[in-house]
Write a protein that binds this ligand. Structure first.
Ligand code: CMC
Length: 426
């Protein structure tokens, strides 16, 4: 049976039947009977902006799948590079496909010397690494002029490889600059997460080999952050990409969207909140402050636009945290976080609003224990999400989508005459 909705226009009594396809109804069909009347949906609370085959998310049941594969299985058995391949190509790679992909990404990790020497080293000494990343990614478009050939399959694939490969190099370079340490060149003998850790932490040793448990933990965090369907930064990528801008410019826009505390900055906010709370004894008072603050003071790392259940990624991260702390020693803020979670999960304020820990509640504790400064947290998120951004960008281009151009409901003043400045009253 075809599912549909029938609506009647009470102005003329005419009825229209609109099919429900894959759980959605076409706004274009609705608008045929409502000419000049727009669907008002700020923040896209009720709007599906795309049809996508990449990520399935059921926020009520707490399910997340990339290309059909449960996030739990990917975090258990896969690697970030393999997941990136899956997101971009739709299928897990064969051994030879993966070997080619790994080789290609590994050999594109170097950045042009001018990107580092002229751009990154031109920043003020205390520049935020995420601000540096946003600018450096945009600057890449000026180095790869073939980036504009977005409908040439070979050129498109090359930019995808370059972006996945160069993000960790740019990220580590931004960090090294901010702490006054010399730039470390990529080490092609290391795997993706280990190479990033080498570029972050290497000092004078001829070959840096990170602890395998930390490398694996970082890889799992990258897998968990690789995609999350139509989130704010991915939407930015699609919107800018819909104008047929090159992928570096679109990716810089996505990075900029991720910079905000409501999105990629939340794990940094969690650590600041936990540090401010200071000790377990202060947790109940903080919870009371959140509850009486009417939304002004938020429990950072809690709540999600889509998840109305425990974020499945948060569960995996909680387990990963134990493996990291076994190497680094326990993050002293962990006990405060656990107490906050315990109280919040049994408090009516949070349960009635279906506020549960999200991916950011525990990820910051891991990053901090591994030695990453707070400013690097959104940068780490950006490295991982690049695979998702590019997968959506590619899908959008292949769908021959229209340029993103929403309508508005105008609520400003009516027509009025211009008054010269000297004649205006105070
Ligand atoms: N602490 C306390 N109250 C909250 C929180 C929170 N973290 N989140 C939502 N609420 C309350 C909010 O005050 C509102 O209450 P009321 O109905 O009484 O006005 C209700 O819950 C609904 O909140 P909302 O702001 O309308 O929900 P939203 O879907 O627009 O916002 C959110 C989602 C993630 C922005 C929000 O939950 C939030 O600010 N959380 C803290 C920041 C955070 O952890 N962000 C990371 C999100 S996951 C990573 C990512 O996707 O980037």
């Amino acid at each position: 049976m075809t599912e549909s909705i029938t609506i009647t226009d009470n102005r003329n009594g005419e009825s229209y039947e609109i099919p429900i396809v894959n759980g959605g109804v076409s706004a274009t069909e609705w608008s045929k009977i409502l000419p000049g009347i727009w669907f008002l949906d700020p923040g896209f609370l009720s709007t599906a902006a795309a049809e996508s085959q990449i990520t399935y998310l059921d926020g009520t049941a707490g399910i997340l799948r990339y290309r059909g594969y449960p996030i739990e299985q990917l975090a258990e058995g896969s690697t970030y590079l393999e997941v990136a391949y899956l997101l971009l190509n739709g299928e897990l790679p064969t051994e030879s496909q993966f070997e080619q992909w790994r080789h290609d990404v590994t050999y594109h990790t170097f950045i042009h010397e001018n990107v580092r020497k002229r751009f990154l080293e031109g920043f003020h000494y205390d520049a935020h690494p995420m601000g540096m990343l946003v600018s450096a990614v945009a600057a890449l478009s000026t180095f790869y002029l073939d980036a504009k050939d977005i409908f040439d399959p070979a050129a498109r694939q090359k930019q995808i490889m370059r972006l996945i490969a160069k993000m960790p190099t740019l990220a580590a370079a931004a960090h090294r600059f901010s702490v006054g340490m010399p730039f470390v060149y990529p080490d092609n003998s290391l795997d993706f997460p280990s190479n990033f850790l080498s570029m972050m932490w290497k000092v004078a040793e001829p070959h840096y080999q990170p602890d395998p448990a930390l490398s694996r933990a970082l890889d799992i965090l990258f897998i968990l952050h690789a995609d999350h369907e139509q989130n704010c930064s991915t939407t930015a990528m699609r919107v800018v990409g819909s104008s047929h801008a090159d992928p570096y410019s679109a990716c810089a826009a996505a990075c900029a969207a991720l910079y905000g505390p409501r999105h990629g900055g939340a794990n940094e906010a969690v650590i600041r909140m936990l540090t401010e709370i200071g000790s377990i004894e202060n947790v109940p008072a903080f919870i009371s402050e959140v509850k009486s603050g009417h939304g002004h003071v938020r429990l950072q790392g809690f709540g999600h636009r889509v998840y109305k259940n425990y974020d499945p990624r948060a569960k995996i991260i909680k387990r990963t945290a134990d493996e990291v702390f076994a190497v680094t020693g326990k993050n002293p803020l962990l006990d405060i976080a656990l107490k906050l979670e315990e109280i919040a999960l049994s408090d009516e304020y949070f349960t009635s609003r279906r506020l549960y820990p999200n991916v950011d509640f525990y990820s910051g504790l891991i990053y901090q224990a591994m030695g990453f400064p707070l400013e690097m947290f959104p940068v780490l998120f950006a490295i991982a999400r690049t695979a998702g951004w590019l997968a959506h960008w590619q899908e959008m281009l292949d769908q021959d989508s229209k340029i993103a151009r929403p309508r508005q409901v105008y609520v400003g003043s009516g027509p009025r005459d211009y008054v010269p400045i000297g004649l205006r009253s105070a």
